[in-house]
Design a protein around this ligand. Structure first.
Ligand code: HEM
Length: 350
């Protein structure tokens, strides 16, 4: 075995990677549980890759074929319903864990230099994940998918300057149709995975280089110890992945992901059309206030959020640090409250 390994290392020298992994230490303290969140997001992404490829073997994009092929996957393909259910559940759990991961990195102030590029690359991963969700939602071409995407693309069209062109490119014309499915499909299975994988590589490399951030209050008191990443923390990571896998399997098997009736593009939009839960807060704000003001609000608050390494750059806990904490709490509570109100008022109409 040792001989085989050394032959392998002659061809592909993995020494430096092994060295880095062996030297990485993970701080252990009362907030260490948040260090698992990035890993769980990674786990769900891997699940998406595997189940997505299996779905690709049967899914057929196109106005005539999309819905029928998903129906066939659910009724005629062995375990097709389970694979589709896992893919849909894991997508939602991935978004949820990425949000938790982002907020925990934020509250630990892991966005500060030298981890600011880890923060920016993470934000790009979040943007890509939300786009994965948006493009995937349309693919089954059922009622909800069609009308929710129509609303989403119409909102895109109102973005200043580039909106109209962008919406035209997304739709492949003036209306949602075969070309829209084709383009969303291309983004979902080729463009997004390619960009995502490269960015994820960068993100993980930066985490490897800079190590995990210890929250300031714990760092000051030196109230932590360190354990080796390999194998100690990796085993703990894998154990958490096992729990995530169990939760995912139970949800997917007990609550199979539903499929609505095929989209009728000539019928009026049925009541209660809504996007996925992670777009509900924005969806509600757009109902409340006029679109240009809502767009300006999203743009500015997004910019403020992304730029936190610039406006709270120091390690000292001063006025800006406190402001960052208040901004974080307000954003988190605001997002949860708006999402809940959006669901509660769903059928009330605009
Ligand atoms: C699929 C998306 C993502 C994956 C797979 C991922 C993966 C990871 C992993 C495995 C770690 C190391 C363990 C940990 O601290 O949790 C990490 C750290 C980090 N991630 Fe992400 N991440 C993703 C998205 C994001 C997002 C959306 C942000 C924030 C905008 C972000 C910001 C960070 C930061 C700042 C760190 C360093 C944390 C520290 O030093 O303690 N990541 N990420």
């Amino acid at each position: 075995m040792a001989n085989l390994l050394s032959k392998f290392e002659d061809r592909i020298p993995i020494g430096p990677i092994k060295e880095a992994a062996l030297h990485k230490q993970v701080p252990i303290h009362k907030h260490s549980i948040w260090y698992y969140m990035g890993g769980i997001s990674l786990f769900f992404f891997l699940v998406q890759g595997v189940t997505g490829v299996l779905l690709l073997f049967h899914y057929q994009p196109g106005v005539e074929t999309a819905h029928a092929s998903v129906l066939r996957i659910m009724t005629n393909v062995d375990f097709g319903w389970l694979i589709r259910s896992i893919h849909s559940w894991a997508a939602n759990l991935m978004v949820a864990t990425i949000f938790i991961h982002m907020f925990s990195a934020y509250f630990m102030r892991a966005y500060r230099a030298p981890r600011d590029f880890t923060w920016y690359s993470g934000l790009a991963l979040l943007g890509l994940t939300l786009t994965f969700g948006f493009t995937g939602y349309l693919l089954p071409w059922d009622d909800m998918a069609y009308f929710a995407t129509k609303i989403g693309v119409d909102i895109t069209a109102d973005t200043p300057i580039v909106g109209k062109e962008l919406a035209y490119i997304l739709r492949g014309g003036e209306d949602l149709g075969g070309l829209t499915i084709q383009r969303f499909f291309a983004m979902h299975v080729v463009i997004l995975p390619a960009i995502f994988s490269m960015l994820l590589g960068l993100h993980l490399l930066l985490v490897q280089i800079h190590g995990n951030k210890v929250p300031d209050s714990i760092e000051e008191r030196k109230a932590y110890r360190k354990i080796p990443f390999f194998p100690n923390f990796l085993y703990a990571d894998l154990f958490v992945w096992l729990i995530a896998f169990n939760v995912l399997s139970i949800l997917a098997a007990v609550y199979p992901w539903p499929l609505g009736p095929e989209a009728d593009t000539l019928a009026p939009a049925p009541k209660g059309i809504h996007p996925e839960w992670y777009y509900m807060a924005q969806f509600y704000v757009l109902k409340l206030i006029s679109e240009p003001i809502a767009m300006a609000f999203f743009g500015l608050s997004g910019l403020l959020w992304a730029a936190v390494p610039i406006w709270d750059p120091t390690t000292a806990s001063g006025r800006r640090a406190r402001l960052a904490t208040y901004v974080g709490i307000a954003t988190l509570l605001g997002f949860i409250a708006l999402t809940l109100i959006a669901y509660a008022t769903l059928d009330a109409g605009p």
